[in-house]
Ligand binder design. Structure first.
Ligand code: THU
Length: 132
């Protein structure tokens, strides 16, 4: 069964999207991460003149959460510009799966809102179980 989108969490993602630093792509993205104690931690994309250094909204939320002492994440919502798809990129899927393969992911699509679990979005993932 498909996961049910989290409209409440997506509202946080849409709000922080306004603070994205995206002068090169103009593609403003916000992310809201829910921790196991109910804390909501927001992130936005941060671009750079050296384009490859860009940090996505999802990873900026995770880095901020870890620095604040959170390591258990239940859900994330990602909002791109209205009418766009903001399904997490491959790098962000890998970054997130480190912490919870069952993470609930809500994201904007051209048709509305979608949701899935992270292991649906990144099957056969590489993880620490593959390390010696
Ligand atoms: N971006 C994100 O913040 N999250 C994603 O999952 C996909 C892409 C950002 C990176 C870049 O600043 C802009 O969107 C266009 O790729």
């Amino acid at each position: 069964m498909r996961a049910t989108p989290r409209a409440d969490l997506l509202a946080h993602a849409r709000s922080v999207r306004e603070r994205a630093y995206a002068p090169y792509s103009a593609f403003h993205v916000g992310a809201a991460l829910e921790t196991s104690d109910g804390t909501i931690i927001e992130g936005c994309n941060v671009e750079n003149a050296s384009y490859g250094l860009t940090v996505c909204a999802e990873r900026s939320a995770v880095v901020r959460a870890i620095a604040q002492g959170h390591r258990e994440f239940l859900a994330i919502a990602v909002a791109g510009p209205d009418g766009s798809s903001a399904a997490p990129c491959g790098a962000c899927r890998q970054f997130l799966i480190e912490f919870n393969p069952s993470l609930h992911v809500t994201y904007t699509t051209p048709g509305g809102i979608a949701a899935a679990t992270l292991d649906e979005l990144l099957p056969h993932a590489f993880s620490n179980t593959h390390l010696p």
